[in-house]
Design a protein around this ligand. Structure first.
Ligand code: CA
Length: 401
């Protein structure tokens, strides 16, 4: 759409509201304000106008302000208690040190608007030092900060750590059921860890199918937004409209997850029981002999075995199944693994429980395959590590979930 045409018909510019649902209450906790242009009953998104690099900054700011004011009119008139998610281009905020945005909000304070109801969405790529100062100031007032388009634009979420974002917005567009894109999943996983460290919540947007909702739930998503739940609409949707549906879906996800977890723990129990009797039988045997014995018994279930001491030094070579044949790899003897994430923590946990542990799914550093590791103490100072290959996990229900 032509920018000039929009500028000369600002009365046709309208806010639409897309509901954002919460996982802890199964209700709408806020609405993202989206710009629409309405002509002859046709509703046209203003997304292109806002994202087009050719749109002059002052045009963009003016349209942003019109949408914001119309949204705040409607929001305060209907005495909404939820939050309003507002997209702003950083350039416009930086231009006047964030003052005009604040001035607009301030005119609604006597109508009951609170700063805490405002969530400012800033694109990950828009970071700058001067923006950071404005955001920090807004935060002291109570305005919340959401970092938008994470991973989609050329930006770095770590830049925002200092302005303590409340919400990280991640699109599920890249998640396709058939592709099962592992690298996307890994990025989401690290984002969820980062969000946790920052004390921020993850919001998954473009939720367009049930499996994406399940994925969002399973990956630490506290908030959800997308066509699958609710489309943008010219009025505020009823906060409890999907409460029953979300509650029901959530119980199904929980049942599924618990079933998958019990398959994982059943596998760990099976390995542990069988290992215990092998270890008891070969108590006096040499460590390498013990590894051979274990490999013979668990030929399908295992592709790498080794024993470490409590400080992570390898007491044996690796015993590795290479192209169907088990071989010793003496170069691993005496290597130290204490630097690996969770290594020492797991040793301490094994000492405390006296039993074995099974890891989450992760990619093996050498083979690149998705695997799990089972580990267990074989005596007071020695620990066996047992790597389970992808093919085995793949063949068993629930072990790759
Ligand atoms: Ca947004």
């Amino acid at each position: 759409m032509d920018a000039l045409e929009i500028m000369s018909n600002l009365d046709k510019v309208m806010p639409y509201y897309q509901p954002i649902f919460s996982a802890d209450e199964h209700k709408i906790i806020g609405y993202e304000v989206l710009g629409r242009y309405i002509e002859n009953g046709q509703v046209i998104s203003l997304g292109d106008f806002f994202h087009d690099g050719d749109t002059p900054d002052d045009y963009r700011c003016e349209v942003e302000d019109v949408i914001l004011q119309k949204a705040l009119d409607a929001f305060t008139n209907s005495k909404k208690e939820e939050m309003l998610f507002i997209n702003r281009h950083a350039a416009g905020l930086v231009e006047d040190y964030g003052e005009s945005f604040l001035a607009i909000l301030d005119t609604y304070m006597d109508k009951g608007l609170k700063y805490e109801q405002i969530v400012l969405e800033i694109s990950e790529g828009d970071y700058s030092k001067s923006l950071d100062n404005i955001l920090r100031y807004y935060k002291t007032l109570g305005i919340r900060l959401a970092v938008d388009h994470i991973g989609e634009v050329d930006g770095d979420i770590r830049h925002f750590a200092g302005s303590s974002p409340d919400i990280l917005k991640v699109s599920l567009r890249a998640l396709r059921k058939d592709a099962g894109d592992q690298s996307y999943k890994n990025i989401v996983y690290s984002l969820s860890m980062f969000a946790r460290k920052l004390g921020a919540s993850l919001l998954f947007e473009t939720v367009e199918a049930e499996y994406q909702l399940q994925y969002a739930w399973k990956n630490g998503g506290r908030y959800y937004q997308g066509f699958y739940l609710a489309k943008p609409s010219p009025s505020f949707a009823e906060p409890d409209q999907l409460k029953e549906m979300l509650r029901e879906k959530c119980s199904r996800f929980i049942t599924y997850e618990k079933k998958a977890l019990s398959s994982v723990y059943a596998l760990a129990d099976k390995i542990e029981t069988e290992l215990t009797s092998i270890i008891a039988r070969s108590k006096s045997a040499q460590k390498e002999k013990l590894l051979e014995e274990i490999a013979r018994h668990f030929d399908e279930m295992c592709f790498r075995l080794y024993i470490c001491d409590e400080n992570g030094f390898e007491l044996t070579p690796n015993y590795f199944k290479k192209e169907g044949k088990w071989i010793f790899q003496p170069e691993y003897l005496d290597k130290n693994w204490s630097w690996r994430p969770y290594f020492l923590e797991n040793i301490v946990r094994m000492n405390k429980n006296g039993g074995g542990l099974i890891s989450d799914l992760y990619n093996d550093i050498e083979t690149g395959e998705t695997i799990r590791t089972f580990s267990c103490p074989i005596n007071d100072h020695e620990y066996l590590f047992f790597d389970i290959p992808y093919e085995y996990l793949y063949d068993q229900e629930g072990l790759l979930y």
